[in-house]
Design a binder for this molecule. Structure first.
Ligand code: XMP
Length: 327
C-alpha cells in the first residue's frame, strides 16, 4: 500500500479538470496495486463508498465486487438507486443482500440507543463477512476512507471507522483511493465519474440509518412512518430550493401516540417530528427557519399521506442542548 500523503502543497481539487487528473492518477495507482486480483467493497450508497466504487469500476471493472447490505433502515428509494446506478448503469459486479428481517428481528424490543447502534454495526459486519466468505480469491478490501477520517483517528477522536470490525481470519490489503481528499473534493471527483447529483451532494446520513430516528424499540409500523415522512420532507425541500441550502433535515417518529381526528373519527396515532439544522462541523447546530406556508403544506402531506400519523411537530432545539439526531 502506498504511503498516506496529503502534502501541504497539494492542490485542492476545486475544478472538473483537477478532478479528472486525480481520477487518472488513481486509476493508474489502483491498477498497479491490485494487478489482476479481486477487490471487495461494502457499498452503502453514501458519498464516499459510491465514489470509491465508481473509481474502481473505471480502474478494474469486473475485478471489483461490491456488496450492498440493506439493513432495512435505509431511506426510501436508496437500495433501488444503488442497484440502478451501479448494476444497471455502470455494469458493476454487485451483490445485493436484503437483510431487513435479520436486522429487525435482532433489534426487536431493544430500547437503549447505544445497544441499538452496536447491534446494527455488529450485524452489518457479520452479513458482510458472510458474503465475503462465499467469494474466492479476494485479496483486497476497498474503503471510502477520507482525509478527515485519518486526521480524527490520528488524534484519537474516533477509531478509523471503516477499517475495524472484520473477523481476525479475514485479512485483506486495503485500497483507499480517496483517502487524501476532503469531502468537498470527493464530491467533485464523484460528479466527474458520472454519479448522479442526489448521490454526490446528499446530506449526511448516519450509519445506523433510520434506526436512530425511530427512538426506543424499532417497530415496522413506526419505521415505515419515518421512511415515508422523510421521503415527503426531502421531496418538498428539493422542490422548494431548501435541499442544497439546509445542512441536514429528516423526520423522527417517537414511541408515543396522541389523540386526533381522521375522517370524522377519533384516531389515536403517532406524531412525526421534523428536524432541519445548519452547522459547519456538526459540533453545534442552529435550526432552519422553514417558511410557514411550506411548513403547513408539509404537515398536510404527512398527516394525509403517511399511515398511522395524525400530528406533526417541529423541533426548535439548537445543538446544544439537543444533539442533531434524537438518539
Ligand atoms: P449528533 O446527533 O451527534 O450528530 O449531533 C452529529 C452528526 O453525526 C451524525 N451521526 C452519526 N453518523 N453514525 C454515523 O455514521 C452514528 O451513529 C451517528 N450518530 C450521529 C448525525 O447524523 C449528524 O450529521
Amino acid at each position: 500500500m502506498s504511503e498516506i500523503r496529503r502534502p501541504d502543497d497539494m492542490v485542492r481539487i476545486t475544478t472538473p479538470e483537477l478532478a479528472d487528473a486525480f481520477i487518472e492518477e488513481q486509476v493508474k495507482l489502483v491498477k498497479e496495486q491490485v494487478g489482476n486480483k479481486k477487490v471487495l467493497l461494502a457499498l452503502s450508497g453514501g458519498v464516499d463508498s459510491s465514489v470509491v466504487a465508481a473509481l474502481l469500476i473505471k480502474a478494474i471493472g469486473q475485478q471489483l465486487v461490491c456488496v450492498h447490505v440493506n439493513h432495512g433502515l435505509l431511506r426510501k428509494g436508496e437500495p433501488e438507486q444503488v442497484i440502478e446506478v451501479f448494476r444497471n448503469q455502470m455494469k458493476a459486479n454487485l451483490i445485493y443482500v436484503d437483510a431487513t428481517d435479520r436486522f429487525l428481528d435482532k433489534l426487536a424490543g431493544v430500547t437503549e440507543p447505544e445497544t441499538k447502534r452496536k447491534i446494527i454495526g455488529g450485524e452489518f459486519i457479520e452479513v458482510f463477512a458472510e458474503e465475503a466468505r462465499k467469494l474466492d480469491g479476494v485479496e483486497f478490501l476497498a474503503q471510502g476512507t477520507i482525509w478527515p477520517d485519518i486526521l480524527e483517528s490520528e488524534k484519537g477522536i474516533k477509531a478509523h471507522h471503516n477499517a475495524g470490525g472484520l473477523p481476525e481470519d479475514m485479512k485483506f490489503e486495503l485500497v483507499e483511493p480517496v483517502k487524501i481528499l476532503f469531502k468537498d473534493e470527493v464530491r467533485i471527483v464523484g460528479k466527474q465519474l458520472g454519479l448522479p447529483d442526489n448521490m454526490v451532494f446528499r446530506q449526511p446520513f448516519p450509519g445506523p440509518g433510520l434506526g436512530v430516528r425511530c427512538p426506543g424499540a424499532i417497530t415496522r409500523d413506526r419505521l415505515e412512518a419515518v421512511r415515508e415522512s422523510d421521503a415527503i420532507l426531502r421531496e418538498e425541500f428539493a422542490k422548494n430550493g431548501l435541499a442544497g441550502k439546509v445542512w441536514q433535515y429528516f423526520t423522527v417518529v417517537p414511541d408515543f401516540k396522541s389523540t386526533g381526528i381522521k375522517d370524522g373519527k377519533r384516531a389515536f396515532e403517532w406524531s412525526v417530528i421534523i428536524r432541519a439544522v445548519n452547522t459547519q462541523d456538526a459540533m453545534t447546530a442552529t435550526v432552519e427557519n422553514i417558511p410557514f406556508d411550506l411548513m403547513c403544506h408539509i404537515v398536510d402531506r404527512i398527516t394525509h399521506e403517511v399511515p398511522g400519523v395524525n400530528r406533526v411537530l417541529y423541533d426548535f432545539t439548537p445543538k446544544p442542548t439537543g444533539t442533531i439526531e434524537w438518539e
